[in-house]
Design a protein around this ligand. Structure first.
Ligand SMILES: [Zn+2]
Length: 356
């Protein structure tokens, strides 16, 4: 499959912000949106300023990765007022019978702008939205899609558990505080089709000659995670199973399941030609992001298992944990101690209770 040239050749948009300081001095600041020249096999990261005042009809920047396959490459950052929740990826595939969207971005407003982005490319109806997992950066735009006539929303069965959990009101309250305008119209969305049951079992559907195999990839990162394989194109949408050029975050999944799921991924899709993660650029074989994420999680598990077995307490084990070779990777400093804390407690469970 040829990877086509990025639709957005390197380009900059300049915006000027003018602030009248309290001192009465006029200060002028200028900043630029930065879009990588391409969104495949690059460590260049986007830095897109999303404005609350942008109309819903304004498309977001997107890349054409291959014929009919489009990719929205979100900022590598935590949620802030600059990215307004555009800190994860989404994508869509155009078939002759309609469009399949993968993930909905982080707010209803971004969901509406994602719909506008699809509209810029094609007037074919959006027939499916697949939510790879319940985390806000991937699923809070879904309310915008729920309103589209004839749409089928596919999600993991664990989504129902998430919708009933205290995690939902907590993260909605946080987003309503920081992104008030953008959260208007938010609703928890129950998928029409739930993928669950047997681990690595799959739900397949075909639209316009393209087959989408939606796999239950366990709950390695959330209440339930999916992996999607576009069979004819041999494209894998792996969600947050591996991160490209970003440190992982372990909060409510399971690190052991993450390693097992990556092993399964490598064995099951040896012919994949393109891998699209939930964060970071897309990648071609041999998909080094999988190896790198795997080695990080394995190393942290080994370190924390040794700490628990040696009788070291959680606080000092977390304080001492540091991977200097990861210092340059985006979000390492924000996530590593939280990951260490999470994995230490997992190791306690595994060692003392045999649980996982
Ligand atoms: Zn994510």
């Amino acid at each position: 499959m040829p990877i086509t040239e990025n639709r957005y050749r390197y380009r900059r948009l300049f915006f000027a912000g003018v602030t009248l300081a309290l001192s009465g001095l006029l200060t002028v600041s200028a900043w630029a949106d930065r879009l990588p020249a391409q969104a495949v096999d690059t460590s260049e990261t986007p830095d897109i300023a999303v404005r609350a005042s942008d109309p819903d009809s304004k498309p977001l920047p997107y890349y054409s990765l291959a014929p009919d396959i489009y990719f929205l490459y979100g900022n590598i950052a935590e949620v802030d007022r600059r990215n307004r929740g555009f800190n994860g990826n989404a994508g869509f595939v155009v078939t002759r019978e309609g469009v399949v969207v993968i993930d909905s971005l982080g707010t209803p407003k971004l969901g509406r702008r994602l719909i506008a982005t699809v509209r810029k490319v094609t007037d074919k109806p959006i027939r499916y939205l697949i939510l790879t997992h319940n985390h806000p950066d991937h699923s809070y735009g879904a309310a915008a899609f729920r309103r589209l006539p004839g749409i089928t929303i596919v999600g993991h069965a664990g989504t129902l558990e998430y919708l009933d959990s205290p995690n939902l009101p907590a993260s909605v309250a946080f987003r309503r505080r920081t992104l008030t305008q953008d959260m208007k119209g938010f609703k928890g969305v129950e998928p029409d089709i739930l993928v669950g049951g047997e681990i690595h079992g799959h739900y397949d559907f075909t639209l316009g000659g393209k087959t989408f195999a939606v796999y239950n990839a366990d709950h390695h990162h959330s209440f339930g995670d999916l992996v999607i394989y576009q069979v004819e194109d041999r494209v894998l949408w792996i969600s947050d199973l591996a991160f490209n050029n970003r440190a992982t975050f372990m909060g409510d999944g399971h690190s052991g399941a993450a390693l097992e799921t990556m092993d399964w991924l490598r064995k099951t899709f040896p012919d994949a030609r393109l891998m699209i993660p939930g964060h970071g650029s897309a990648q071609t074989p041999p998909f080094p992001m999988v190896e790198r994420t795997y080695s990080y999680i394995k190393r942290l598990r080994d370190e924390m298992r040794n700490a628990v077995e040696a009788g070291q307490d959680l606080e000092s084990a977390v304080r001492q944990s540091d991977f200097p070779d990861w210092h340059g990777t985006p979000l390492y400093h924000e996530n590593h101690k939280k990951n260490a804390n999470f994995v230490y407690r997992e190791m306690e469970q595994e060692i003392y209770f045999g649980g996982n």
